[in-house]
Design a protein around this ligand. Structure first.
Ligand code: ADP
Length: 328
């Protein structure tokens, strides 16, 4: 298949927090583009590589055997320099020197803000695909990596349940999620948690203690509480201390941390990444720009990067209520 598009060469990069499934998205982008007669350059370490001119040509066969790998073969990065116009100029000059006339950005909303700046200042057409384990990007039900992170956390929680049950213990499990509780909510329901604490669902310690005591009185011998890390990782320890002080109940803490970012992507993440990567290239070649391709239900959607970066996804509290209703 060849293209009549103005675009002859595109650049692809992963940026911000890494997420399982990013490689599947890169594969879909590269293979769709080359099949359409368009060359692809991989930009290493996100905006860092754009500024430092770290770029490499990507071929069909470079994509072999990466669909199942976590992380990102292009590496990712955060760049404070890219926030400054003079460095964005450098990045734009580098893109020009490689004859790149369109970009696919795989990242979170921060990365999309950077993409918007490049469009506003240098009119480089960009299509975004949301890749972040946090699932906190407006305009798509799930982001690439979220499903894998939930399943990774869940498999750890299943193991914790065994020991919690054997020792009649309370466990507080801290999962990732700085500003959002998507992982915590999903994992809480799937892992049978007693309570889910997220940045959107802050529960006073007294209420938690009361609930734990009631559970014990009803004959429960072990409990799992899920907490999202919030702005301050390690807050599970503060909660355990408070529970101990206020109730005398011993609560153990397990912080799952960065393991949630790694690992082989689930089938759902690979399929999502493949669909979004394919659609993103077709959109770019059709002359679309400054958009994010997302998925809502089974339908692929397009929204402007401006909308994706200014609107916030509303947290789904029904999962929190469901976990509570079922942990009686
Ligand atoms: P994520 O994409 O996962 O949300 P970050 O928020 O760390 O990750 O953003 C990734 C990178 O995007 C930042 O390190 C920075 O280089 C760039 N970026 C973020 N916000 C802006 C902005 N307002 N203008 C220009 N670049 C930005």
């Amino acid at each position: 298949m060849s293209t009549t598009s103005q675009i002859k060469k595109i650049g692809v990069f992963t940026s911000g927090g890494d997420a399982p499934g990013m490689n599947a998205a890169i594969r879909a982008v590269v293979r769709t583009a080359i099949s359409s007669g368009v060359e692809v350059t991989g930009i290493l370490q996100g905006y860092v590589g754009m500024i430092e001119n770290k770029m490499t040509a990507l071929q069909m066969r470079d994509m072999a055997n990466i669909i199942q790998r976590g992380g990102t073969i292009l590496k990712t990065g955060r760049s404070a320099e890219f926030l400054k116009p003079e460095y964005r100029k450098k990045a734009a000059d580098n893109l020009k020197s490689h004859s790149i006339d369109g970009l696919i950005c795989i990242g979170g909303d921060g990365s999309f803000r950077g993409a918007q700046a490049l469009w506003a200042e240098y009119q480089i057409p960009i299509i975004g695909i949301a890749g972040t384990i946090d699932n906190d990007v407006y305009g798509c039900d799930d982001t690439i990596g979220f499903d894998t992170a939930v399943n990774t956390a869940l498999s750890a929680i299943d193991k914790i349940r065994d020991t919690a049950d054997s020792h009649d213990r309370i466990f507080i499990v801290e999962v990732m999620g700085r500003d959002s509780g998507y992982i915590a909510s999903a994992v809480g329901v799937a892992g049978g948690a007693e309570e889910i604490l997220t940045p959107e669902n802050i529960i006073p310690v007294d209420k938690i203690v009361e609930k734990l005591k009631e559970s014990r009185a009803r004959g429960k011998t072990s409990s799992i509480l899920i907490t999202a890390e919030g702005q301050k990782p390690g807050r599970a320890y503060d909660l355990a201390d408070s529970i101990r002080k206020k109730s005398g109940l011993d609560a153990k803490v397990c912080i799952l941390g960065h393991q949630q970012r790694g690992g082989s992507p689930t089938a759902n993440d690979r399929i999502l990444a493949s669909r979004l990567g394919h659609a993103a290239v077709l959109a770019l070649l059709a002359g679309k720009k400054n958009l994010m391709i997302g998925s809502q239900g089974k339908i692929l959607t397009e929204i402007s990067l401006a909308e994706a970066t200014t609107k916030s996804k509303t947290a789904d509290k029904t999962l929190i209520h469901l976990a509570r209703a079922l942990s009686v």
